[in-house]
Ligand binder design. Sequence first.
Ligand SMILES: [Zn+2]
Ligand SMILES: [Zn+2]
Length: 217
Amino acid sequence: MHAPQKQGKKKYHRHTNGTPNERSAWELLKNYRRALSRYNIDAAELDLDNNFYWLFRLEALLAKAHRTFDEINASHFGGQLLRPRIIYCTRSTGGYYNKNRHTIGISLSMMIEHGEPEFFETLLHEIAHIQIASHSPKFYELLRAIGGSGRKAPMTILLRAKRERYLAEHYPVRVRCPNCRKEYRYRTRRALSYACRPCCQKFARGKFDARFRLVMA
Ligand SMILES: [Zn+2]
Ligand SMILES: [Zn+2]
């Protein structure tokens, strides 16, 4: 499953084989709050300080996830699959299935921001990975058969913040076209000697035109 957004060259999948860093929901919740404050993000609307509410909800959902697994196992796999551990993880979105540990991790921040629909979409995606490791047509066939839509993992506050920081670090020069006002990002200030390509194509027959030279944004 290919997520639409990239952080540098790294693609965000619902699934990766990353080594899980297993922590309790309580620790993950604290981590998530810390991460948001590191990025100076005020997510008051998420009511993250309400520990009681969130821990209750997070645990309840894990219990429901195990029940969902049991149902799918019974209805689609003849009860042949071994029950995986299902936990929350620190990924910004989506989740993973780790074969060696037979563990499914689901992004805590995604669950908190997007709730049950994305939680279960990721769960189904990872359950399908127990049977098929690759993102092959057969994988998506199976995913649909067990009730998954196959849609991409959603954007999260944390993922956006990480991407923004990545861009700021690697492409610090923000410029824009003085004509169409489109923004561009470059590594160096050499960008100020370039012109906006779409505008040059539209108004200067594709030739460099100083009228469309990029300026600092
Ligand atoms: Zn996957
Ligand atoms: Zn332009």
